[in-house]
Design a protein. Structure first.
Ligand code: ZN
Length: 109
C-alpha cells in the first residue's frame, strides 16, 4: 500500500510505501533531499483544522482543540524522536499519570 507524502520545504508531493518511509531519519524528499516530509493526509488534516479555527473562533482566532490535536499528531508523525516532540509526549504522559493519581486518591476518600 502506498500513501502520498509531502515535503514541507519544497511542496513536492509523491507516493511511497509507508513501510519505506516509517523511519523519519532516513526519509528524504526525492525532489530537494530535505527531511521535512510527512504523509500528506496528516498535513492536510492539520491545515483543515486550523482553517476551521480561523473561521469559527473569534479574534484573535486561537486554535481550536481539533486544530491543536491535528498539529500534535502531525509533529509526532514527522519527527517522533525530536526533542520538541519528546517534550510533548512527556507532558502527555505526566498529565495522564496525574489524572490517574487524583482519580485513585478520590476513590480512597
Ligand atoms: Zn522537498
Amino acid at each position: 500500500m502506498s500513501n502520498e507524502f509531502i515535503c514541507l520545504h519544497c511542496r513536492h508531493v509523491w507516493k511511497a510505501r509507508v513501510a519505506e518511509y516509517g523511519d523519519w531519519k532516513r526519509r528524504k524528499c526525492p525532489n530537494c533531499g530535505k527531511r521535512n516530509t510527512v504523509e500528506k493526509d496528516f498535513y492536510d488534516k492539520a491545515v483543515e483544522e486550523f482553517a476551521n479555527s480561523l473561521r469559527t473562533s473569534p479574534p484573535p482566532h486561537p486554535p481550536t482543540k481539533p486544530a491543536i490535536s491535528a498539529t500534535y499528531r502531525l509533529l509526532v508523525k514527522m519527527f517522533p524522536d525530536s526533542s520538541p516532540v519528546k517534550v510533548l509526549l512527556d507532558i502527555n504522559k505526566a498529565a495522564r499519570k496525574r489524572v490517574r493519581e487524583s482519580a485513585s486518591k478520590q476513590n480512597q476518600d
